[in-house]
Design a protein around this ligand. Structure first.
Ligand SMILES: C[S@@+](CC[C@H](N)C(=O)[O-])C[C@H]1O[C@@H](n2cnc3c(N)ncnc32)[C@H](O)[C@@H]1O
Length: 351
């Protein structure tokens, strides 16, 4: 299983030339240590750690070969993902399972509560009295631990808060908190990801949210000591990482019926079925003319595919936003959402 985690180049650990490099190095070392801690942890190993798979051709993924990538420090953006061999256009580079996922409140009754797969004959927008469902015994089994915790509490206040404010990430934190309480993942599972630096407004908002989350869990019969991790510091750290690293999951259309319902959903609300955070996909940097693409077909399991031929040693980059947007709009969203100004060739030529 550990063999399937991406390779970190030893050169990333050698002869730092200056302090900036040393601090980047320290972050990279912490990341490697986290992988080891997770691997040796007595906590049940979550499925995302064994999820990397790759293939020589997109149609025949093999489960146990490591992906043809390595994680290294870049000159401009902390860590990045690089090709460890030549990769052909169209090749499925790897797949990934999420650390944490949650359906959007709009889709919640029409999709599997764990893998976000569409449930047959379900109208996603129907009544709030409906309970959530799983698409298979396997998803039900995998969710059992955190769902047993979740079922003990009344989440209506948190759901209402998210609905009114148009927020989705507190739902991911709620799910993660239930996973930690049920000992499905350690409380520091997201620490390997880069956090955003929150503004003071955001910090105040997060203080309110953690109070809401704590009081909801306190009102259930979960033992106090199992929620000791749930502090303002934990919530802020987790949400700051989710904000930079969460993916909005839009399933690619499979049938004519799917096409109609996704068209309807995009008019009524939005086409995303939910949000999720992964490990390896979160290490890809952004480029406005990307060489790889991340996409979802029937479930939350992500697929990373080469958009063109990639040489060994080339950095693999995805586009975080809608690449068809104009230069100014792209710069604004990247700066406000991800905290950086893009210097890619398209942006330099203001394309
Ligand atoms: C999802 S993380 C990507 C992995 C990250 N480099 C790391 O070390 O964990 C997104 C963050 O990486 C940095 N980043 C990604 N693409 C960038 C780019 N094209 N230029 C500058 N910074 C970038 C930004 O700080 C951004 O908020």
């Amino acid at each position: 299983m550990f063999a399937n985690t991406p390779y970190i180049s030893p050169s990333a650990f050698k002869r730092p030339h200056n302090l900036k490099k040393m601090s980047r190095l320290a972050r990279c070392c912490r990341w490697a240590v986290h992988f080891q801690k997770l691997h040796h942890s007595h906590v049940q190993t979550p499925s995302f750690l064994s999820s990397f798979s790759t293939s020589a051709s997109a149609s025949t993924p093999t489960l146990h070969s490591p992906p043809p990538v390595r994680v290294e420090l870049t000159e401009y953006a902390g860590r990045g993902v690089f090709a460890s061999r030549r990769i052909g256009a169209g090749e499925l580079i790897h797949t990934a399972k999420p650390i944490v996922s949650h359906p959007s409140l709009f889709s919640i009754h029409g999709i599997c509560y764990l893998c976000l797969r569409k449930l047959p004959n379900r109208d996603s927008s129907s009544g709030a009295s409906q309970t959530v469902s799983f698409c298979s015994k396997q998803c039900e089994e995998q969710s059992k631990k955190f769902y047993d915790v979740e079922k003990k509490a009344d989440w209506s206040r948190l759901n209402e808060y998210c609905r009114l404010q148009g927020l989705k990430y507190p739902l991911l934190v709620k799910r993660l908190a239930c996973q930690v309480i049920s000992r499905f993942v350690p409380s520091d599972v997201l620490d390997i990801l880069q956090p955003e630096i929150p503004t003071s407004d955001r910090i105040n908002q997060m203080k309110k949210e953690v109070a809401l989350l704590r009081s909801t869990i306190e009102d259930s019969d979960i033992e106090k000591e199992r929620m000791a991790f749930l502090t303002e510091e934990w919530y802020t750290g987790v949400l700051s990482r989710i904000r930079i690293n969460a993916f909005r999951i839009e399933l690619t259309v499979g049938s004519y019926e799917d096409l109609l319902s996704s068209a309807a959903a995009s008019v009524i609300a939005e086409a995303a079925v939910g949000n999720a955070v992964y490990v390896l996909p979160s290490l890809y940097n952004h480029y406005c003319d990307p060489n790889v693409n991340i996409w979802w077909t029937e479930s939350v399991d992500a697929k990373i595919k080469a958009l063109r031929d990639i040489e060994e040693g080339e950095e693999l980059r995805i586009c975080y936003i809608d690449a068809s947007m104009e230069y100014e709009a792209r710069q604004k969203i990247l700066y406000e959402g991800f905290g950086f100004r893009c210097n890619c060739l398209r942006c330099v030529s203001k394309d």
